[in-house]
Design a protein around this ligand. Structure first.
Ligand SMILES: [Zn+2]
Length: 340
């Protein structure tokens, strides 16, 4: 089969690889219908995170089940399924509490790489959710979005306690930030402020439910949020970048008693204890338990109520994965969908 391997920063190749098979009795093998490049793939691509030798890439996927291990009960061959970046049993106490990304049996969701024609998915019964009927070609990008960026944006909005009567500010205009806006809107937020300085992303933010746009960043961005909220700050702030600047922007833009939902993978962020102590804000985040939200998100997509697939503004064949990475690295694309 064909699959993406990252050799070094900036060096992504599509190669002939061995097709994965069943290893554990709880595994499934899927034929990937669509995969994509994640913002987190750009950290090693840009040399900001080490590449440990040739690495299979991709952890966002939807596809059709080809093969199942002898202990798989809930998933059948032929099912169209959505999974996410971490595999979980969905039965332990942590999973049952809705924190599947911290499952006591967690492991990579697609260690063989999802930017490929086939992928092995561990703990298939707990990890994969079947769509019931086969999706239309138009629904596939939205289901793929549910696999990570929508699920992550949704968790961020829930962690930030977005809801009726709330003003929500969103730091970060990548796919997760944009879908955090969609989530906040679906959760009933009254006002949603998108922090973005790119016209195309502002347009999508507005389409997903943003009511205001703030172009300023850092302290100026915080001042602008305060100005829009009677000097108080937002009730709920979604942080979807993961840098020191974005995290501080999120904390400072939140009113005392408010909530920050942080889902940008933290890179070099350090928080001052005294400042945190006196901020009076709630902080909750981390790797999003996408699995918690998948059944609900799949239903919304299959019923045509949401169309998160709009974040994919470029689609390329798997063979052109190197160009997909370049387009996202150079911010020519918000998010690139890869078709096998
Ligand atoms: Zn578990």
């Amino acid at each position: 089969m064909r699959g993406v391997i990252m050799y070094a920063p900036g060096d992504v190749r599509v190669e002939e690889r061995e097709r994965p098979g069943i290893v554990e009795p709880t595994d499934a093998v899927i034929r990937v219908a669509a995969a994509c490049v994640c913002g987190s793939d750009l950290w090693p691509y840009r040399g900001l995170q080490p590449v440990d030798g040739p690495s299979p890439m991709g952890h966002e996927y939807v596809g059709v089940v080809e093969e199942i291990g002898p202990e798989v009960r809930n998933i059948k061959v032929g099912d169209f399924v959505v999974g996410s970046f971490l595999a979980s049993d969905n039965t332990c106490e942590i999973c049952q509490a809705g924190y599947q990304t911290h499952c006591i049996n967690r492991q990579p969701g697609a260690a063989t790489g999802a930017q490929s024609e086939y992928a092995r998915i561990p703990l298939a019964d707990g990890t994969l959710v079947a769509t019931g009927t086969q999706p239309t070609p138009e629904q596939i990008p939205s289901l793929l979005a549910a696999s990570d960026v929508l699920g992550t944006g949704w968790f961020a909005a829930v962690a930030a306690e977005a809801g009726p009567g709330k003003t929500v500010a969103v730091v970060g205009d990548g796919a997760v930030g944009l879908l955090g806006i969609l989530a906040a809107s679906r959760l009933g937020a009254e006002r949603i402020i998108a922090m973005s300085r790119h016209a195309d992303r502002q347009a999508l933010a507005t389409k997903f439910g943003a009511t205001d746009i703030v172009e300023e960043r850092g302290a100026e961005g915080v001042a602008k949020i305060k100005e829009l909220t009677n000097g108080l700050g937002a009730h709920s702030v979604i942080e979807a970048v993961g840098t020191q600047e974005s995290m501080m922007q999120a904390i400072h833009a939140t009113r005392p008693g408010g909530h920050v939902g942080f889902v940008g993978v933290s890179h070099g962020v350090s928080l001052d204890g005294a400042k945190l102590f006196f901020s009076g804000v709630h902080l909750h985040g981390g790797p999003a338990p996408v699995r918690r939200f998948l059944p609900e998100l799949i239903e919304l997509i299959m019923n045509g109520e949401i169309n998160p697939g709009e974040v994919f503004d470029l689609t390329l064949p798997l063979e052109q994965a190197a160009e997909a990475y370049r387009a996202m690295d150079e911010r020519r694309a918000i998010k690139v969908l890869l078709t096998p």
